[in-house]
Design a protein around this ligand. Sequence first.
Ligand code: ADP
Length: 471
Amino acid sequence: MNNERSEPSAGAAFPYQQGPRDWLCQTAGAAAPSGGSEPHEVGSVGALLGCIADDFTGATDLANNLVRAGMRVVQAIGVPVAPLDAPADAVVVALKSRTLPPDQAIAQSLAALHWLQAQGVQQVYFKYCSTFDSTAQGNIGPVAEALMDALGTDFTIATPAFPDNQRTVFKGHLFVGDALLNESGLQHHPLTPMLDANLVRVLQAQCRRKVGLIDHRVVAQGEPAIRVRIEQLRAEGVGLAIVDAVSNDDLMHLGPALKGMALVTAGSGVAIGLPANFGITPMSRSGALPSASGYQAVVAGSCSLTTCRQVAAFIQTGQPALRLDPLQIAAGQAAGGDMAAADALAWAEPLLGQGPVLIYSSADPDAVQSVQGQLGADAAGALVERTLAAIARGLVARGVRQLVVAGGETSGACIHALNITQLKIGAQIDPGVPWCHAATNAAPGQGLHLALKSGNFGADDFFSKAFKCLA
Ligand code: ADP
């Protein structure tokens, strides 16, 4: 472990990539287009839209977009054992299935589907990453096809487009900002390196069914043209179609064409066009969470360029930051003493009263590659996730009640360690990342405010800005 306290230069070696900086902290729903509709009622507790998210940050990202589009959303961590007990228009089941072996990802997703069907949902939404994170084996294709089989449907769409977060799809190719996916930094992802921006090709390699494209010219013409194209693709034996979308207008064109489709597969962006299909329009919602108290901390396990920039920006402010070195953690374990989490907590404890602290394993691609070369990619990932999860739990035991977690897999590990089963979605910090609140025995009494940040999301000053949003 390497103690780096507030060294302005620390982290300067992280690669930088231009990103949006001027997003505002907004209350969920309040910034959505003014629809001015009356609050809608659903007849019963049963939800209309049932969502299966392949990781935890993705689930909150989707829930955030649905809330902003007017839906009441419940987010469950894992497949619930009991029926839905609160009124909701949409329910999001958050899995941690993105990097599981495909058969396990399918089994978990089908279990989620069966629970959602039991809640009477009318449409199913399989949510994956806006950078289409997947391995050569899947899991986007295998899970999508298993859900199609279970739902008895012969066609679905697939698009990770999320223009608010600079993810656009054009001619089937995914862009992250101005860069093609495979030149955006995602080619260095520790678990799911993305080496091809052509999503038709990427998805086809994961699917038995034929994959096609609904391209931008069709999308721009709106719902009737999209429906015609879908029928044409169906007639050609295409089972899944990548959909181009470069703007929210495109997603709003797509939305009505998806009405009645049993299964939608997408990133979170498509969600902005679906609530209207159920007669739901954006309205002013408080997105109010219980008031925040307690100490503040950030735990970062993402190695994305964006998170690396955020780590560097936090360090630049002079606030305390501690870097974890996976090789030192592994060496400590091999020597019979697993002190990494305890050491990190001993470092953090006296600092907590002074403001937010950051504990991170984020590292540049060369460092990650070197660690993976010595430990193996999966073992390194699991080691770091376990350590950060133990640290998150220890921080909460020491009075942290406002916790930012950076990284999808990392968030999943932390949520499990904190015994969290359900999240309430609150104000958006940056596109795709809301504050959430959870009741948990790990934080008795007032519960815990959590921001689960997908590695690639958020402005450079996210780690400082997040706490200002709660103040
Ligand atoms: P993202 O949202 O950016 O994909 P994740 O948390 O999902 O972030 O994935 C990052 C993975 O990289 C996790 O499994 C994490 O444990 C692992 N990891 C974090 N730091 C390092 C490191 N320094 N070396 C190798 N692997 C790391």
